[in-house]
Design a protein around this ligand. Structure first.
Ligand code: CMC
Length: 428
């Protein structure tokens, strides 16, 4: 492969360097093109633009490959734990037994949140969407730990901020849910593992004893692993771009949570269940909804279908589909929306429209069904995604800082009016 590419603009040739990734990915480096030629490149939605060089996650959308730091998602989902995958993403290698134990202990030490955060929570109406509550609580950490505002402080200080957010996020997520339900808040139980502690804070009520079901805790752990990172997606890019202005870790993560919220990104898991419920309420006619999704005059899209990068299959969706079957069987749950989901998938996978456009079920198509089976309400689904994506965002932010990346600031092609004379209001 040549180390340079040539671009000809208006008859003049410019030589551009070519960068090759460790999996053979080829990129033409256009960063100096404007300086040389005055020309920029245009790529709305960054569909074909690499914003960074990253050593965290490798993804091959054509082959359906997803690897974190070289380890396949299939291996990690089957053999690892969410806490270990978090370590891998953030620190770049699998921990030794001792390192993992220390990491766990550090996280456990910081699960309690400042009591004044309860007062913040009290200010939210109970119908507040838990994603809005979550992003606000994460931003509020900048007030409780003002030293965290400086991303240039010592590594120990930055690392403490990282540990704190990993520890407190389950508490925030559970409290966002309790706020919605109008139930009393629960405090963390540091005798439990990461997922069991979260489940207890979510579901325990003072009126009855709550025992964490190990099947539920294990399924949740797997779901969090499957969401842990996904290279330069909308929210990870947001975290990096906000952090590139030297905004703090918590400010950057809070922005990532808001980016995730939208139904075209993490909010799709909520949208999928709402869609399946609507189809069920409408008599379960999947063909009607497939037709709506294909109709260009109808804004309806098949939620949980399609992906910007996966063009054959989403490896996470494969694992999740299997997990959904296992969890539903283990818990004895018979969910009619699962049947609708399977019916939709079957029809869509054979339909020319979906086949031509490489539209396959993505991670969100089945995750909502598992969350429902675990007793997690629909509005909390995207919060669950955020809980899983947290280590990925942290790793992306940390890498961006370590690489000393410049502030993110895209260019544009201006299409508005040319210089126009200002006319005073009385003469208009
Ligand atoms: N239903 C019907 N048509 C679709 C769908 C869909 N879900 N997704 C894409 N298309 C069509 C689209 O209309 C377009 O058709 P045409 O070429 O005739 O104009 C073609 O497929 C390409 O779509 P696109 O919108 O240009 O593709 P994109 O890469 O910009 O968007 C996507 C990717 C995920 C936003 C989109 O597929 C979508 O809106 N899916 C539904 C929402 C969803 O499930 N999002 C979760 C993504 S996975 C979780 C995550 O990582 O965030």
């Amino acid at each position: 492969m040549s180390k340079s590419a040539e671009i000809i603009i208006d008859g003049k040739s410019y030589e551009l360097p070519v960068t090759i990734g460790s999996e053979g990915e080829v990129a033409v480096d256009i960063s100096k093109l404007r300086g040389q030629s005055g020309v920029i490149t245009l790529d709305p939605g960054f569909k074909n633009t690499g914003s960074t060089k990253s050593a965290i996650t490798f993804l091959d959308g054509e082959k359906g490959i997803l690897r974190h730091r070289g380890y396949s998602i299939e291996d990690l989902a089957e053999k690892s734990t969410f806490v270990e995958v978090s370590y891998l993403l953030i620190y770049g290698k699998l921990p030794t037994q001792q390192e993992l134990e220390q990491f766990r202990q550090e996280i456990t030490q910081h699960t309690v949140v400042h009591e004044d955060i309860r007062k913040l929570l009290d200010g939210f109406p109970s119908n507040a969407h838990p994603m809005g509550v979550l992003s606000s609580l994460v931003t509020s950490l900048t007030a409780f730990y003002p030293e965290s505002l400086d991303p240039n402080r010592s590594w120990d200080g930055v690392n403490l901020s990282i540990i704190r957010i990993l520890a407190k996020m389950p508490t925030f997520a559970a409290w966002a849910y309790k706020n919605e339900m109008g139930h009393p808040l629960n405090y963390p139980d540091n005798t439990l593992d990461y997922c069991s502690n979260f489940l207890k804070m979510m579901f325990s009520l003072p009126v009855e004893k709550y025992e964490v079901n190990p099947v539920v805790a294990k399924a949740l752990d797997k779901l969090l692993i499957l969401h842990a990172d996904h290279e330069q997606n909308c929210s990870a890019s947001t975290v990096r771009i906000v952090g590139s202005s030297q905004a703090s870790l918590y400010a950057s993560l809070s922005a990532g949570i808001n980016a995730l919220w939208g139904p075209l990104h993490g909010g799709a898991n909520q949208a999928v269940i709402e869609m399946l419920e609507a189809i069920k309420a409408d008599g379960g006619d999947t063909a009607k909804y497939i037709a709506k999704a294909k109709d260009k005059d109808d804004p309806f899209r098949l939620m949980g279908f399609g992906h910007r990068v996966y063009k054959n299959f989403d490896p996470r969706a494969r694992i999740i589909k299997k997990t959904a079957d296992e969890v539903l069987e283990a818990l004895g749950v018979n969910d009619p929306v699962l049947e609708i989901a399977k019916g939709l998938e079957e029809v869509a996978l054979k339909d020319e429209y979906f086949v031509e456009r490489n539209l396959y079920p993505n991670v969100d198509f089945y995750s909502g069904i598992i969350y429902r089976a675990l007793g997690i309400p629909t509005e909390m689904f995207t919060v669950m995604f955020a809980l899983g994506r947290l280590p990925g965002w942290i790793a992306q932010w940390k890498e961006m800082r370590e690489n000393k990346e410049p502030i993110g600031r895209p260019r544009q092609v201006y299409t508005g009016p040319n210089l126009t004379e200002y006319i005073p209001i009385e003469k208009r």
